[in-house]
Design a protein around this ligand. Structure first.
Ligand code: HEC
Ligand code: HEC
Ligand code: HEC
Ligand code: HEC
Length: 384
């Protein structure tokens, strides 16, 4: 097995501090890192943290979420990794053999979930719970544990125990699961950035082979359609916003929709700039440039309707970049890498200061966006 290709091909995943991202934004450093044995060890270490939805038995405590997930395109995304049609075309262009598509290929991290099986990388499912909520090995046990060493007997007993959890324990539990890599619904920036690490493709060779750079992904509508699985408080009702988040923060679905719309657009800017910083090919640069321009248009629209200091700063910062976006320059890495980090910091500042309650003017936009469903989901689950 070629251990080097076991590396995660999605560049910056999960919670990533500005310093760590600055590090990733530098390809010179990145290449050096990827070719050291230590980096290969890191990649194996990372895969070892993925448990797998079946193996983790998420279903035991989240039966409705799992049943819903099984209907989605994400669950079925492995179908694309059959060595046929466009997949074969892309794989051949990348020099990927059919035998490695499901183990070490760069396709496997976006079209599926890999874990270590008997010590070797192997795809264990399509895009899964852990693709979005973070590899679970280190947080699985503690994320639903309300007292130290509490044992799990029945789901209803476990849920009843929630009311006995002391506030201090809750704070510690949320902090420790965050450190262990869990991405919770309240971590909207991390969630959005994580979707986009798959939904915006940065590999220029793959794009040259004909793979799309990006679809018309928009966080609010793409999250509120087939992906939505807010069953925590009521296993039979798919709530309009995460039910646990609603009950712990008092937030409303309208507020959450505004935040999704704003943070979604901002995160598109952040990720577009990150990919643009790493880009050099004349085929890729205009495509990612167009993607950037569209994201900038969305943030500009938010700023016009319900501007806040962070959207103002973004609009002022992005305007001059548009002029150079479509022309590769030797300074691109520094220019766009730095801009991406600035946007990242502005998103965190935005979320620290705003909860959506002060931006009702955005409802004209958010309420007009239809929830997005794939064709297969529509045909099988909506039209009958
Ligand atoms: C032993 C039961 C159990 C298992 C197994 C389990 N969970 Fe949970 N999960 C819970 C409980 C209880 C909560 C509510 C936690 C709380 O009150 O903060 C929860 C909450 C969550 C939340 C929402 C957290 C929030 O802050 O709103 C996510 C996301 C989640 N679980 C994902 C998963 C995933 C993914 C798996 C499988 C890898 C899994 N869980 C397996 C019991 C479990
Ligand atoms: C960075 C993440 C990423 C990587 C890496 C990636 N894909 Fe994709 N791929 C996607 C996404 C997201 C879509 C869905 C795009 C859409 O339609 O919205 C997609 C769509 C596809 C499609 C259907 C559309 C089409 O072009 O026919 C095929 C086939 C495909 N990918 C094959 C591959 C193969 C084979 C590889 C590896 C050589 C690969 N992908 C690598 C994210 C990725
Ligand atoms: C691990 C990579 C990955 C992550 C993370 C991810 N996706 Fe996807 N998603 C894909 C791929 C790949 C496809 C295309 C699958 C196919 O067509 O076979 C897809 C398809 C979809 C579709 C179906 C679109 C259609 O019209 O077919 C929706 C909706 C979607 N994703 C929403 C989201 C949202 C919202 C998030 C974040 C909360 C997210 N995705 C996170 C990889 C990912
Ligand atoms: C495409 C990314 C994605 C996948 C796949 C995914 N989740 Fe989520 N999950 C999210 C997002 C984003 C939210 C918050 C949704 C919102 O804001 O409406 C969420 C919310 C939740 C919640 C909170 C629900 C509530 O009512 O409070 C739980 C529990 C959960 N997910 C568990 C799971 C489990 C278990 C799986 C696998 C079967 C899974 N998720 C798969 C992205 C994902």
């Amino acid at each position: 097995m070629n251990i080097m290709s076991a590396i995660d091909h999605r560049p910056t995943l999960a919670p990533c501090k500005a310093t760590a991202c600055r590090f990733v934004a530098s390809t010179a450093v990145l290449v050096a890192v990827l070719t050291t044995p230590a980096a290969a060890d890191d990649a194996m270490h990372r895969l070892a943290k993925v448990v797998g939805t079946t193996q983790a038995n998420c279903k035991q405590c989240h039966p409705s979420e799992v049943a819903h997930w099984e209907k989605t395109t994400h669950f079925r995304s492995l179908n694309r990794l059959q060595y046929a049609g466009n997949s074969k075309k892309y794989a051949d262009a990348m020099g990927i053999a059919s035998s490695t598509l499901m183990t070490t290929s760069l396709c496997a991290d976006c079209h599926g979930t890999r874990s270590l099986v008997d010590g070797a990388p192997q795809v264990v499912s399509g895009v899964s719970c852990e693709s979005c909520h973070g590899a679970a090995r280190d947080w699985l046990k503690s994320h639903g544990e309300y007292t130290e060493g509490q044992t799990f007997t029945t789901l209803s007993a476990l849920r009843a125990a929630r009311s006995d959890e002391v506030a201090e324990h809750r704070v510690q539990r949320l902090e420790s699961t965050r450190k262990a890599g869990m991405i919770r619904p309240e971590m909207l920036h991390e969630l959005a950035r994580n979707c986009l690490q798959c939904h915006v493709v940065g590999n220029e060779q793959l794009i040259a082979a004909g793979h799309k750079v990006a679809s018309n992904f928009e966080l609010l509508s793409w999250l509120n359609g087939e992906v939505r699985h807010n069953f925590f408080e009521d296993a039979h009702t798919n709530a309009a916003a995460p039910s646990l988040w609603q009950s712990t923060t008092g937030g409303t679905p309208e507020q959450r929709d505004r935040l999704k719309f704003v943070v979604g657009g901002m995160a598109q800017l952040e990720v577009a700039l990150q990919k643009r910083a790493e880009a050099a090919s004349p085929v890729y640069v205009p495509q990612i440039g167009a993607y950037f321009a569209a994201a900038n248009g969305r943030v500009t629209q938010v700023n016009a309707l319900a501007g806040v200091s962070q959207t103002q700063s973004m609009v002022a910062r992005m305007g001059p970049l548009l002029g150079t976006m479509f022309v590769p320059m030797p300074t691109d890495r520094d220019t766009y890498g730095a801009a991406s980090i600035e946007i990242r910091e502005l998103i965190d500042a935005y979320l620290a200061e705003h909860d959506g309650s002060d931006q009702a003017a955005l409802d004209a936009l958010t309420k007009a966006l239809p929830p997005h469903y794939s064709l297969q989901f529509k045909e099988q689950f909506l039209e009958k």
